[in-house]
Design a protein. Sequence first.
Length: 395
Amino acid sequence: MRTEQTAQKNYLSKVAQEIKPSGIRKFFDLASQMENVISLGVGEPDFVTPWNVCEASLASMEQGYTAYTANAGLLELREAISQYLESKFQTAYDPKTELLVTVGASQAIDLSFRAILNPGDEVLVVEPSFVAYAPTVSLAGGVPVPVPTSHENNFKLMPDMLERAITNKTKAILLCFPSNPTGATMTKEELEQIARIIEKHDLIVLSDEIYAELSYDHEHYSIARIPEMRERTILISGFSKAFAMTGWRLGYVAGPQVFLQAMLKIHQYTMMCAPTMAQYGALEALTNGLDDVQKMIRSYRQRRNYFVKACREIGLECHTPGGAFYAFPSIRATGLTSDEFAERLLEEERVAVVPGSVFGSGGEGHIRCSYARSLEELQEAIKRMGRFVQKYVKQ
Ligand code: PLP
């Protein structure tokens, strides 16, 4: 292994060599070396996990629950997740055969692809999308195929765009509503239109519903609720976002037994089980933490309303994100690319945002701003962004 080049050529897999590092990290790294930066780049809640959840986890350790759990996760937790999904989102799953507790939604996404894909299978990824989707498809041997959405349609998935992307190799489609990075949501009627196409082409659906709780304008509707979709949908979610538990690394996947059995096999060899102490925390979050979630939702909604209005006032066109905690304003008026905008904004005004281009097709011309920041920070960020936009729009 003499040089880095030789090392890459001889020792690394082709897929590992070809995968690009996340474009978000670049900005985190730059911003962390600067002073007085307001970061709207981070995709995580600004709340600390409620203390009763931490206490339940500590208590589990005090009681000596420090060993592995069942591969699929604590049965009490799976039962609690099952009840939560049914009462909150009207999607029912058998905790014994149709639910698996994972290391974050991230592992659930990875497991799903590894369980369903053969080399060359195409997976439709609705873009702009969470940066991990396309690489995870590739790592599982599949081929990610982007289906773009656009500002003009409030970043909703349009039936004609979906039809156009389907080939005879298409095996699955990955949906994420409310969306990271756009905050877009889909109504029942809109999902029903999409479902008809999915059924016609016999596709599997992966529905990442990690932001489901954080829906501000209408009740979240899961595609798994559509009777014809239930048997072909793998529902992915977790505790990171709505319960402010990103560091706990706890998620879950629910779906028909045939998929879950395959995932469980991979999970038992590669992960064994999700962390035991985190599972006890999650059980408390579902049992006694839903009021805290409501408080956080009210706070995000208030900040969304402020931030979107303020973006428009400083000259950035911005659709109203119905969920998650991201705004995705257009920066076209400035004449800059999203990369240039993010770099210069950081350099000149010390505000970190993420260029839309890192989220795939349809992302260029936009920036992602996380409004999970204090109102004071958002106000200061808007002041700085306003100054910046004025400078470039005038030229
Ligand atoms: N799915 C989406 C859409 C996300 O935005 C994220 C994190 O940013 C994840 C999944 C990963 O969540 P987790 O922390 O549960 O692994």
